[in-house]
Design a protein around this ligand. Sequence first.
Ligand code: 8GT
Length: 134
Amino acid sequence: MTKPLVFVVAAALMDAQDRVLLARRPEGKSMAGLWEFPGGKVESGETPEAALCRELKEELQVEAAPGDLQSFNFASFDYPKFHLFMPLYILRVWKGEPVPLEGQAIEWVKPTDLKTYPAPPADIPLFEALSERF
Ligand SMILES: Nc1nc2c([nH]c(=O)n2[C@@H]2O[C@H](COP(=O)(O)OP(=O)(O)OP(=O)(O)O)[C@@H](O)[C@H]2O)c(=O)[nH]1
């Protein structure tokens, strides 16, 4: 049996000091307690950018425009039950103060400190790429 390919889009919201917003997966979810980028699965009929703007609104009450998402990198990671394909965008412009609407903790993190946050294995190379770039 082949594993499903799961298409997730994620955003590194960056503030004026180049800090990145991380969200901690709440109890009850898979990989609870790990720190990740806000985002989620692309639904049928959605563009990746529209899906990410929808997720940012649902999770953080943040309004973003698809055209402000800058492609940065991607993860292609083989989890035991699925293969994750996850483009990561950088977002520097949005409307509203991020509010954690789904019980997740959020923190602004300097790129060089990202490695100190326990994260899903797919995210580790993305953390490294951000800390090398910024
Ligand atoms: N949003 C997000 N998901 C990530 C990241 N890294 C990573 O491995 N994932 C995985 O991508 C999958 C889909 O993300 P999601 O946010 O839609 O997941 P979910 O908890 O609603 O659904 P799930 O309970 O089926 O895992 C999850 O298994 C999640 O652990 C990340 O940085 N951001």
